[in-house]
Design a protein around this ligand. Structure first.
Ligand SMILES: Cc1cc2nc3c(=O)[nH]c(=O)nc-3n(C[C@H](O)[C@H](O)[C@H](O)COP(=O)(O)OP(=O)(O)OC[C@H]3O[C@@H](n4cnc5c(N)ncnc54)[C@H](O)[C@@H]3O)c2cc1C
Length: 401
């Protein structure tokens, strides 16, 4: 996603751009619902994406409920909720096909200097030189590792269980609750939310995306990430490898802890994802002629719903900085880009830490007890979850063509 944003923006600024994706097959959804913000829509427009009415599902309210279903907190809130695959489709369509290459894994980058171009080498053994390399290779970025960019990743002390269910299979009661609402419930160490998103199959298909944060000490995490064969998937367990006993226990806990609609959703979802939550931060977003953007640079916990919008904001800032530098000193321009976006990445990570404090207080968080109390108040929780964060996309950067 970050790579396609950057490619489209740079292509429209006159660069000759190529995107190299290691996946052999076209990328498809990842069970993720994406909340949209004005800044994201601005960035899509700037990237040349033809966003139509099928972008997503519009909702108008947010609601927190108790186990009995009574409202704890309510607010009017207009937001469009889409899906990862739909956004990717818009960005893919905007980029002329010859510039997008599947099955091209980058195995090495020489970062270059002001005088020397960068060199990119692929798994096939081929290589090319480039004025600029945009490393948009995600959370587990191999380029970040290979170029020894300082990086810190800290387990937050909790996991997210994620599930997506077709709205049409839910009972009338649950459809009424979840069909047009951003819904929340919270208990000490537990936070659960759901919202409708656009489905990938038909224009009128609506899915309900659910995320349940659960306090999980590291020894329990290891067990959760260990499959039936005893293999520990330290970097994340594929959904089909999660032990049935863990899924059954999670579903039983949902019945005991929350209103029946949450348990019904989980029961009727056939695809369950387990995501350990981390804070991930680089110490610089540039080295030589290489810029790191999107998840390769910073990953803020999902509470802030900024993954895609931050990727778009990084790409906008990169395109703007390079446009101002013309074809002058690219490493110097990338240093300026890094200084500008490091602040945004840190801000997003820290704000997400604050929002996660009711689940677990991070030792890296200042005033942790204050934030725990603040976001244990459902009024604050529903007002601040996944809303536009100032500065993540800078519309005043004037990149829109
Ligand atoms: C389960 C889950 C749920 C999420 N939910 C949300 C949400 O609700 N809202 C939100 O805003 N964000 C969400 N995100 C985050 C969001 O998907 C990312 O922030 C966003 O996609 C930007 O990521 P990216 O493009 O930087 O990295 P990625 O999406 O990880 O893309 C990196 C790409 O680089 C490719 N690649 C990696 N290494 C190489 C290599 N060596 N050579 C060539 N190609 C390579 C990978 O195949 C991949 O396609 C979620 C993420 C996950 C995992």
């Amino acid at each position: 996603m970050a790579g396609l944003f950057a490619a489209n923006l740079l292509h429209r600024s006159g660069w000759h751009v190529d995107v190299f994706e290691r996946s052999k097959a076209a990328l498809s959804g990842r069970g993720a619902g994406i909340v949209t913000h004005d800044g994201l829509l601005y960035a899509l427009q700037a990237a040349g994406a033809q966003v139509d009415d099928a972008l997503g599902v519009g909702i108008h309210k947010r609601l927190a409920i108790s186990k009995a279903g009574d409202p704890f907190a309510y607010c009017d809130f207009e937001q469009v909720l889409t899906s990862w695959s739909r956004l990717l489709g818009y960005l893919k369509e905007a980029l002329p096909d010859p510039h997008y290459h599947l099955d091209e894994e980058v195995v090495e980058v020489q970062p270059g200097t002001s005088e020397a171009l960068a060199r990119v080498t692929f798994a096939s053994g081929e290589s090319l030189t480039a004025d600029l390399v945009v490393a948009a290779d995600g959370l587990k970025s191999s380029l970040r590792r290979q170029l020894q960019v300082p990086f810190r990743q800290v387990y937050a002390g909790y996991v997210a269980w994620r599930a997506v269910c077709d709205l049409s299979v839910l009972s009338d009661n649950t459809r009424r609750l979840m069909g047009d609402t951003f819904l929340f419930s919270q208990l000490p160490g537990e936070q659960i939310l759901a919202y409708p998103i656009a489905g990938p199959q038909r224009a009128d298909q609506i899915l309900v995306n659910m995320v349940w944060y659960r306090r999980t000490p590291e020894d329990q995490l290891r067990d959760l990430l260990t499959d039936e064969q005893g293999v520990w998937h330290s970097e994340g367990i594929p959904p089909h490898k999660i032990r049935h006993s863990h899924i059954d226990k999670m579903r039983t806990n949902a019945v005991a802890l929350f209103h029946a609609s949450w348990a019904e959703h989980l029961e009727k979802s056939d695809s369950i994802i387990l995501q350990p939550i981390f804070d991930s931060e680089v110490e610089t977003m540039a080295t030589g002629r290489v810029a790191f953007i999107g998840d390769a640079a910073f990953v803020a916990r999902p509470h802030v719903g900024q993954g895609v919008t931050k990727a778009a904001g990084d790409a906008l800032c990169l395109a703007k900085t390079l446009r101002d530098a013309a074809m002058g000193d690219i490493p110097k321009a990338l240093t300026a880009f890094s200084e500008a976006r490091m602040q945004v990445g840190r801000m997003a990570v820290n704000h997400a830490r604050q929002m996660g404090a009711p689940v677990v207080i991070s030792p890296l968080l200042e005033d942790g007890s204050h934030w725990q109390a603040y976001y244990s108040d459902p009024e604050n929780l529903i007002r601040d979850t996944a809303v536009e964060l100032e500065g993540v996309v800078r519309k005043d950067e004037g990149i829109l063509h």
